[in-house]
Write a protein that binds this ligand. Structure first.
Ligand code: CO
Length: 134
């Protein structure tokens, strides 16, 4: 069902410092910061050729990653995103096997303008999983 690893998301306390770390210390190709108000995050994309790293920083007061940063003040890995061909078919198959989908179960538009869903970390080895239809 799942295809390629689309991205790994890392929450960071200082987006400029994290972008500089990936650009200057690790020598990666790094985008400009992109504020995504609908998602309550500002992102920097790190292009690794075969996949991406998404650096995430809270935007606004009720950011979904605000609490994560409170619990992990140094930042940390937040989720992995796998590609799927058909997000509704993937959701139905996962739910039929007991996998819990977060929110109301309906896909929303993710950071790349494609439909996404998040799966409960307790059902997936303690890791928050995003699936994205590509
Ligand atoms: Co993501």
């Amino acid at each position: 069902m799942i295809g390629r690893l689309n991205h790994v998301a890392i929450v960071v306390p200082d987006l400029d410092a994290a972008a500089a770390l990936y650009r200057d210390t690790l020598g990666a190709k790094v985008s400009a910061p992109q504020p995504l108000e609908d998602h309550g995050v500002t992102t920097v994309f790190v292009d690794l050729g075969n996949t991406r790293i998404e650096l995430l920083h809270p935007l606004g007061d009720d950011s979904p990653i605000g609490r994560f940063l409170e619990r992990h003040p140094d930042g940390g890995m937040h989720h992995v995103c796998y590609e799927v061909d058909d997000i509704l078919a993937a959701r139905d198959q996962l739910q039929a096997q007991g996998g819990r989908v977060l929110g109301d179960g309906e896909p929303r538009t993710g950071a790349h303008g494609k439909p996404v869903l998040f799966l409960h970390p307790k059902d997936f080895c303690g890791t928050l999983v995003e699936i994205e239809q590509v």
